[in-house]
Structures are given as C-alpha cells and as structure tokens.
Write a protein that binds this ligand. Structure first.
Ligand code: AMP
Length: 604
C-alpha cells in the first residue's frame, strides 16, 4: 500500500490530499487509515509528533462522519491550545471538499461564549483541550453524548500535564460504544491504564521504535556543579553564536528567573510558562517564531505543541522529573529533516539519569566539556570574521572613505584588521579571561564540589539552621522551604543535610547577607527559626554534628533565648572578602558590566 488511493479514502479526501501535495502516505497513515476505515474498534497508536498522525486519525474520522447531520460525532482531545488549533486547521484542510463540514476548536484563554456559539451552529467535530472541554460540559454548552469517535492525541502529554481526571470526566459523558483512538509518543503506565480502562481490545500499531527520540538529534551532556548551571548555560550560548533554542527548566519560577537573567545579561531571551497570560504567551511565541528571541526559556507544559521547525538546540537547563519527558523536549529540535542538538546540563547527583534516558531513547549521549573562556573568544571572533566576510558592501559608505582613509593613512592592513576585530574581541576577552573551568570530572565530581565548602577557596557559605527531621523536614522539604522563603532558584540552595533537630545548607557567598537578614527574628509555625553561618566553614559531617551538639540545639524548641548569637562583624568581613573573589568576575557584577557593553544579538 504505497498510495493514498490504496488506503480506501474517498474522492473528496483524495482531492484534498492532492491539493496539499502529499504524495505518499506516511508509515502511521499506512498502518492506521485502512484499519480505522474498515473496523469500528479501538486503536492504540504509538507515534511521535511530526509523523503525520493528525492525518492518520483525521482522514478516517472525516470519511466516517455524516456531514449532513449537525450532531457532534467526533471529539479530539489534545494537550495544548497550540496543538488544538493546529489539529483544527489540518482537519479543515483535509475536509475542504466535505461540504457542510464544521470543525470547531475549544480551548482555554479565548471566549467561551464565542466557542459555545460556534458549537451550537452544528459542529460535527470538536477539537478540544481537556480543561476547557470539561468546563463547557459542566455548563452544558456542548453535547457529546452521541459521539461515535473519540481521539486522545498525545495522550502521554495530556497525562503528564495532569489532565487524567478531566479526561476521565469527559469520557464519562460519551457513549460506551464509541470508537476510541489513542495516539501517544510513549507508553508510560498511566497511558496503558487509560487504554485498559476506557478501551475495548484495542488494536495496536507502533511507528518506529517505542519511545525513540527523533533520529537526527544528537545528545550531549555537560557535567558541572549545580550552582554553576547558569554560567554553563551562558557559555553554551556564547559558544554557539547562531543558536536558536528552547531552554527547559523544571518550574515556572526557575523559567522566569533564568529568562530574566539572560535578558539582563544581554541575550535575546524570553520566558514561556503558565503564569503568563495568554496574551503574553502569544507575544513571546510570535517573537520566537520570527527569530527575534534566540533563547526561549520554557516549562515542559508551556512548550508543548510548539511547532517551530528551525530550533537548533534544546538545552535541558534542568532534567525533567519524569525522564520520559526528555523525548518531548529533544523532539523540539531536529524537525523537518534538519539536524539538532539536545544538550543537558547535569550535576553529579543527576548524572545517573543520563543512563536511564539513553535506555529510553536508545541512543548514546556524548559527554562534552563546557568550553573555556578562550575557546568562546575564538568562536566569537571567527563568527564575526565570517559575518564580515559575507557582508555585502553598502556603497553609502563610499562618500566617507576619503576621510576614513586619511585617518588610517599610517595603519597597515594587519593593524587595521586587528583594531577592527578588537572592538568585539576585547569585550569577550575581558569577560572571559579569568573565567574558571566549570567542568566537573565524573569520578572526582563529588570530592571537588565538597572541597568547595570544606576549606580552601570558598565560594559558598555553610549555614546552620535549628530545624530538622523532627520538624518534618527532610533535605528536599528543607530545600523547598528555603527556596520559597528566600525566593531563590533550585540551584541556589545546595548541600542540604538534615539531622534530627537541626540542619545545614549552603548558598553562594553573595547570598549570605540576604539569608541571614531574612532569618533574623523569623518565626515559622509560631517558633523562632534561626540561621547562622556554620562556624566551621569546612562543615563536613563530623564537624557539623559537633557544631549542633555543642550549641545544644538538639531537640530544643526555641524561644528567643535559644537563638544562637551571630557575630555580625564576622560575616560582614567575610562577605567583603567574597566580593573580591575571582568567582565574582563571572557572576553578577561581571555580568552586568558585560550586559552593558555586550551587543544585543540579532538573528538573521
Ligand atoms: P503531524 O504528525 O500530524 O503533526 O504532521 C506533521 C506535518 O506533516 C503536518 O504539517 C502535515 O500537514 C504533514 N503531513 C502529514 N501527512 C503527510 C504526508 N503523507 N506527506 C507529506 N506531509 C504530510
């Protein structure tokens, strides 16, 4: 079966296919279309985005519905508004010769009354996101009690996004004898359970390998200390001057923070996450589509359904909680026959996840080093040389040439070139000349990162806090608590170690004053929570333990008396030392200098 004619499609659809210029059915279409046309059963199809799956369920649905009836017969559920609109458009194109066809999109962030009006006019097919659909059902604005076909598109994504209850609720309003067609890129347990609970002996088809990620994407990982993540991100961007990327963070807050930092540091970046209004998201997406944004920092949920074809890099600023999500992230690049790179910035504690991802994607990662300062300077210099080499001469300059020539009368060509390039090069050179090596070796990573606070050149401060396991904190809860209290990112609090009634944690030195100020006279659940700089800056298990015991915090509920005294002069002098530390040259103070002098990047 190599042609659309062989698949049993009617002439209206074949005509539309010719108009669209589709010459050959894709694999998923070859497998699904005849099955769906011939039988009335259920189907589970494992297929990635970009394989032509919309047409695989779209053509059979269009062929089977009755366009002369105004009853809603087909429901397609999709995870995002973008995908919902995309499917609606495709369905309209596929059904352009089906006279009387009305496909309506139902999604959040747009007028529910307008959508209800359109549905009321008689929509044979509704394409919907689960949240809005459920809302419309509960307000009795749609009737899906007579549908014959239900499609769950990108089922894994919908479940990832927490739509399980909504989907269950929606399906409970549909007839039990309908046909259900489930499409998913991966088959985690939750999807299998939907198939089991809501479908009757579904036929199964698989396109490509289960869970396989896009094949023209190469996968790289970079091992750094967690607190160097942001610097590593910037270097990856600087080492790839033409980058056009999606940068994935785990939380909305980290997404916003990283985007803001990038913008402050002179990059063309934008944030995309669920706390933005639809209008703000549209603005960011439009700018990204027009390549005005080079680095789109996004959460997994917000980035779903992004169909921008020329993304050169996906950067996993943090790995996703569910490693299966990695497939969706990396699938944002290497689209439409192009190659792409999916980069992961990992800390030592996460590096084992790389192996699990390799098993899922059935591809190996290449471990790479974050480029050093001089490597970046070289890349930037050569990129500039290339740009200049390819620049078309603007002859408006001719009239100024005499003056310019006079100015450079005594300058040789060599000197002139050097001066010209120095304008740009010096900026990068000044910024990067003292940049430290961000790479952590896989075998010594732990020891190295521990050394950071166990003595020698300290970049971070170790703190003592008088809450611990007895107060319901394990290290993760304490980390979250500190992050929330101090409004910090995930990586800003590290080396969290909880004991029975007290704990320890680290931050960068520059956050020390903020941390201590926040926890001055601070009460949580009616008791004083006290933080002080751990006296033994070395920290370490033994010393930390002694420290806690010596101060008698063990099991002690604190009133104001029990708060340990902090020596202000002590930490003030230390923090002024830290200001001089070389590390600062690549953190905020360095960045802001750089940001001011750094040219705005413009792509193409
Ligand atoms: P999808 O996987 O449904 O998101 O489809 C990806 C893209 O491929 C869409 O833009 C479709 O219009 C296009 N497409 C679908 N089927 C074919 C085909 N048989 N030949 C060429 N393009 C197709």
């Amino acid at each position: 079966m190599n042609t659309f004619q062989d698949l049993g499609l009617n002439n209206d659809l074949l005509q539309a296919i010719t108009d669209l210029g589709f010459t050959k059915p894709s694999e998923v279409q070859q497998k699904a279309i005849p099955l769906l046309i011939e039988s009335e059963g259920d189907l589970v199809a494992l297929a990635q985005t970009g394989t032509g799956k919309t047409a695989a369920f779209g053509f059979p649905m269009l062929q089977k519905i009755d366009v002369n009836s105004r009853t809603t017969q087909g429901l397609i559920l999709s995870p995002t508004r973008e995908l919902c609109l995309q499917i609606t458009n495709e369905m309209k194109l596929y059904g352009k010769y089906c006279n009387g066809l009305n496909v309506v999109a139902v999604y959040g962030g747009s007028s529910i009354t307008d959508q209800a009006r359109e549905v009321k006019r008689g929509a044979q097919i509704i394409v919907a996101t689960p949240g809005r659909m459920k809302d419309m059902i509960s307000r009795r604005l749609v009737d899906i009690s007579k549908i014959e076909y239900a499609v769950l598109d990108e089922a894994d994504e919908m479940l990832n996004m927490g739509f399980k209850e909504d989907i269950t609720d929606i399906l409970s309003h549909t007839p039990t004898d309908k046909s259900t067609w489930l499409f998913s890129a991966t088959m985690p347990k939750e999807v299998a359970s939907i198939a089991k609970n809501f479908m009757h002996q579904p036929q199964e088809i698989t396109v490509g390998n289960k869970n396989e990620s896009t094949s023209n994407v190469s996968h790289e990982y970079y091992l750094v200390n967690a607190r160097d993540r942001y610097q590593a991100l910037k270097r990856l961007a600087d080492a790839n001057p033409d980058i056009f990327s999606v940068v994935f963070c785990r939380t909305k807050r980290d997404t916003q923070k990283v985007a803001e930092q990038l913008i402050e540091d002179g990059y063309n970046a934008g944030a995309l996450h669920g706390d933005l209004s639809q209008n703000q998201r549209d603005l960011v997406m439009n700018a990204f589509r027009k390549n005005q944004i080079q680095m789109l920092v996004a959460t997994d949920v917000a980035a779903r359904g992004i169909d921008v074809d020329d993304v050169t890099h996906v950067i996993n600023y943090q790995l996703p909680d569910e490693i299966e999500t990695y497939t969706h992230r990396s699938g944002r690049t290497g689209r439409a026959g192009k190659t792409g790179v999916s980069m992961v910035i990992v800390s030592k504690s996460e590096v084992r996840k790389i192996k699990s991802i390799e098993r899922i994607i059935k591809k190996d990662f290449v471990k790479k080093d974050i480029p050093n300062g001089m490597e970046i300077c070289e890349v930037q210099l050569m990129s500039l040389a290339n740009k200049i080499h390819n620049t078309e001469i603007n002859h408006e300059i001719d009239k100024y040439l005499t003056n310019i020539n006079e100015m450079f009368e005594d300058t040789t060509k060599d000197e002139l070139i050097k001066k010209f390039f120095s304008v740009e090069f010096t900026r990068f050179f000044n910024y990067y000349q003292k940049a430290k090596n961000l790479n952590v070796s896989e075998s010594t990573g732990d020891r190295e990162s521990q050394r950071d606070y166990k003595g020698g050149k300290n970049d971070s401060t170790r703190y003592f806090i008088n809450v611990g396991n007895k107060d319901g904190f394990d290290w993760m809860k304490l980390k979250d608590f500190l992050k929330d209290q101090l409004d910090l990112g995930r990586d800003d609090v590290f080396k969290v170690e909880t004991k029975d009634s007290f704990s320890f944690f680290n931050t960068e030195n520059e956050l020390r004053e903020k941390v201590l100020a926040h926890f001055t006279d601070f009460k949580h659940d009616g008791r004083f929570v006290n933080v002080e700089v751990s006296e033994n800056r070395g920290g370490g298990r033994r010393n930390d333990q002694k420290r806690g015991d010596r101060n008698g915090f063990k099991g002690r509920r604190s009133g104001s008396d029990s708060r340990p005294r902090r020596s202000n002069s002590d930490f003030n002098s230390k923090s002024s030392d830290s200001r001089k530390s070389s590390r600062r040259s690549e953190s905020n103070s360095g960045n802001s200098n750089f940001a001011q002098s750094r040219p705005r990047r413009s792509r193409r």
